[in-house]
Ligand binder design. Structure first.
Ligand code: ZN
Length: 171
């Protein structure tokens, strides 16, 4: 168990296409330790998701927080995902990212997706998501193909330091 350093925008690992993980590796102790470190790092940073490239490990594994009925998040681990858009209607949200600290920007994404993936036991799974869960999923899976949310910002004037936004509110 360890909190790892989160690498920030500009680090080349964040722009790589991450490698798929073999079933043998998924079941290994090293891989379990990697996922535990991802959980520890995400929790320490109060994130609702994290992808392995963000701790400088270029492998296709992400933790995704999905909102539940108790105003909290259920977390799932997604390995080797394949994403399909099921609803092209765009949903716009201010997103943030542990690798782009203290900033937020307005991004539009498809509002429904299906993800086929492998779970921590090495089994094939599929999930369909809409609403905020679909947004978090797309944000995290982008990390596995070398993309960041800032790539999707259409109006760059929405890219904002969190504390500057608060100051404006208080005027
Ligand atoms: Zn991110």
């Amino acid at each position: 168990m360890a909190v790892r350093e989160v690498i920030r925008m500009g680090h080349p690992t964040l722009r790589l296409k991450a490698a798929p993980v073999s079933k043998e590796e998924i079941l290994s102790e090293d891989f379990k330790a990697l996922v535990q470190d991802m959980f520890d790092t995400m929790d320490e940073q109060d994130g609702i998701g994290i992808a392995a490239p963000q701790i400088n490990v270029s492998k296709q594994v992400a933790i995704v927080g999905l909102p539940n009925d108790e105003d909290d998040f259920d977390v799932m681990v997604v390995i080797n995902p394949k994403l399909t858009v099921t609803n092209e209607e765009l949903s716009g949200n201010y997103e943030g990212c542990l690798s782009v600290p203290n900033m937020t920007g307005f991004v539009e994404r498809p509002s429904g997706v299906k993800v086929e993936y492998v779970d921590l036991e090495g089994n094939d799974q599929a999930i369909e998501l809409d609403g905020f869960g679909a947004i978090v999923m797309q944000h995290e899976l982008d990390h596995l193909i070398g993309k960041l949310y800032v790539d999707h910002i259409k109006d760059i004037t929405t890219l904002t330091f969190n504390d500057a936004y608060t100051e404006e509110d208080e005027e």
